[in-house]
Every structure is written in C-alpha cells, then in structure tokens.
Design a protein around this ligand. Structure first.
Ligand code: CA
Length: 136
C-alpha cells in the first residue's frame, strides 16, 4: 500500500516537472518524428508493446541521458497512455535494478550501471586505504 502511494506521488512529481517546461515546437517535431520512425502510435494511444519497442530502441541506440530525460518528460506532457507510462517509468534499461523513474529523480544514467560503478570506486578506495595501512 505504501509502495503504491509512493509510486503515485513519484509519478505526480514527474508530471509536475514535465509541465514546468512547455517545450518547443522543434522538440515536438523531432520527437514526433522519432516515434513515427519507429512505427509507434502517438503517446496517448501507446500500448505496452509500443512502450517496450521504444525502450528497446533507446537501449540499442545508447541514447544520451539528456535525450531520454527530455523524451520522457515530453511523453508525459503529451498525455502518454497510463499503460505505456507505467512500462517506461518502471523499466530498467541498464539492468542495475533501479527503475527509470528513480534514475530520472537521482539524475543517474538509465543506460549505464553508474551505481555499481560508484560502488566499484568506493571498493577501490577501500583497497587503496588497506594498502596504505599496510605500508604504515
Ligand atoms: Ca536502471
């Protein structure tokens, strides 16, 4: 129940962010063209399969974090169907166990497992500290 509530508030929060920016006509053109090039329906009519197809293409193209961000906010502004919205926001393109909505909020890259990377960094840091201790 709590989880449902927090998911709802996160989705509302993302909607709010999406609507703080009206976007531009150019953006509309580019992103509408992008969906069309993939043979997808318009956002309000998107099915779960459309959303999955979109995600697969994003992952394969290894799009920038910024592109995914503006695409998702644009889709939200366009009134994307709730089933497609769920599919996209809950997706985990890089397989790091962190859903897209969380990556958006945290500002992490949905295509790079950058959390594990930072874990590796801190692990490396620990190793270095160990070495230093031994030297001392
Ligand atoms: Ca992820």
């Amino acid at each position: 129940m709590d989880k449902q509530l927090s998911k709802k508030s996160v989705f509302e929060h993302l909607d709010k962010i999406a609507n703080t920016d009206a976007g531009t006509e150019r953006e509309d053109e580019v992103l509408t063209g992008f969906l069309r090039s993939l043979g997808l329906r318009k956002p309000s009519k998107m099915t779960e399969q459309d959303a999955e197809k979109l995600l697969v293409n994003l992952a394969e193209d290894n799009c920038s974090k910024e592109f995914v961000e503006s695409l998702v906010y644009w889709l939200l502004r366009q009134g994307i169907s709730s089933v497609a919205k769920e599919t996209i926001l809950k997706s985990d393109l890089d397989g790091d166990g962190v859903p897209l909505w969380q990556e958006l909020i945290d500002g992490t890259d949905p295509f790079a497992d950058d959390r594990n990377l930072s874990q590796k960094h801190s692990y490396l840091g620990m190793e270095l500290n160990k070495v230093r201790e031994i030297e001392i």
